[in-house]
Design a binder for this molecule. Structure first.
Ligand SMILES: Cc1ncc(C[n+]2csc(CCOP(=O)(O)OP(=O)(O)O)c2C)c(N)n1
Ligand SMILES: [Mg+2]
Length: 326
């Protein structure tokens, strides 16, 4: 494939790296907390699905990617977009359906994309981002780009044939693609253990694809494992699966009352907060500085989005219908 030595995205000391990872996670957390308020104000059309408690996966994986690498996401995709580098003002404007949004307000929460950053899209259809990542990986390989594609998916996507088909083709064609499962134990309102009869390690083995299980709430571990796996994929090693065990803190969607969820399960999730875990290895001063900076960045982005204009009617219609030839 004409690949050279693996590109290490951002080599720095562990402390600098952990601060960067913490900042990314905190940006995702504070952004989603702000979205809750904006939704309650009636400013966000449709549903939002929050990734609170799962931020370490987006932050850790994206930390080892380059701008040329591509990703696809899920309905729970805010964190992936942010960690891949979408501008916050364009992100909030998109969520508020404004013309200045990353997709000119047409995509919203479940379809936010930023192609220039290699973020090929969140996706409201379970598992539908996976074949898009596969196609992107095929393009990387065909055009001999030094790039990998990453498909994020939830454990609920294991029930979808698309995942099985993509694992097959990825291995058959030795594509530079990383499959990242965000296993939070839930698919909508039912534990996935009550929905799926097999496990991801066995599915991986059936396809001859390496499967790496990891604590998805420990950002340093995620970044370390992702770094090693992505380096191997970059050097032509073929597809791999990173299986991140995590916990969904909130409901399936914002506003879901979570009936039927054991309160003990929620307490367990709170005790495994990825921000708390990472903060243990940072100084209080470093944490406070990051908090101040992130808060200011988000406030500025929200102020921009509130003031941004709505898409014009004619322009919106022109994006849907062809011009009348008559
Ligand atoms: C093809 C398809 N089937 C069903 C749905 C309805 N649906 C939305 S989210 C979801 C569960 C997703 O679970 P998982 O993939 O584990 O992601 P999580 O919500 O846990 O992050 C389902 C079944 C859908 N959006 N698309
Ligand atoms: Mg799930």
């Amino acid at each position: 494939m004409g690949k050279t030595a693996p590109t290490i995205a951002k080599p720095v000391s562990n402390d600098v790296r952990l601060r960067r990872l913490y900042r990314t996670m905190l940006t995702i957390r504070r952004t989603e907390e702000a979205l809750v308020g904006l939704l309650a104000e009636g400013l966000i059309p449709g549903f939002i699905h929050l990734s609170i408690g799962q931020e370490a996966i987006a932050a850790g994986v994206m930390d080892v990617l380059t701008p040329a690498d591509t990703i696809t996401s899920t309905h729970r995709g805010h964190g992936h977009a942010i960690a891949k580098g979408i501008r916050l003002d364009k992100f909030f404007a998109e969520l508020l359906a404004k013309d200045a949004g990353a997709c000119r307000g047409r995509g919203g929460s479940m379809h936010v994309a930023d192609i220039a950053q290699g973020m090929l899209g969140a996706n409201g259809i379970v598992a539908a981002g996976i074949p898009i990542a596969l196609g992107s990986a095929l393009a990387h390989q065909t055009l001999e780009r030094d790039a990998v594609a990453v498909a994020f998916f939830g454990d609920g996507a294991m029930a979808e044939g698309l995942l099985h088909e993509c694992l097959n083709l990825a291995k058959l064609w030795n594509l530079p693609v990383l499959f990242v499962c965000e296993d939070n134990g839930w698919g909508e309102f039912l534990p996935t253990a009550q929905q799926i009869v097999f496990t991801l390690d066995r599915l991986a083995a059936a396809h001859g694809i390496p499967h790496v299980p990891i604590d998805g709430n420990d950002v340093a571990s995620v970044a370390q494992a992702a770094g090693e796996i992505v380096a191997n994929i970059r050097s032509g090693g073929g597809p791999a699966i990173l299986d991140c065990h995590t916990m969904r803190v909130g409901g399936h969607y914002e506003g879901d009352p979570q009936r039927g969820r054991d309160p003990g399960d929620l307490a367990k999730a709170a005790a495994r907060d990825p921000l708390t875990i990472a903060a243990k290895d940072l100084s209080n001063a470093a944490v406070a500085k990051i908090e101040t900076e992130v808060t200011a960045d988000i406030a500025a982005a929200i102020a921009f989005a509130r003031l941004a204009g709505e898409p014009g009617w004619d322009d919106a219609v022109a994006s849907v219908y062809a011009a009348d030839a008559a």
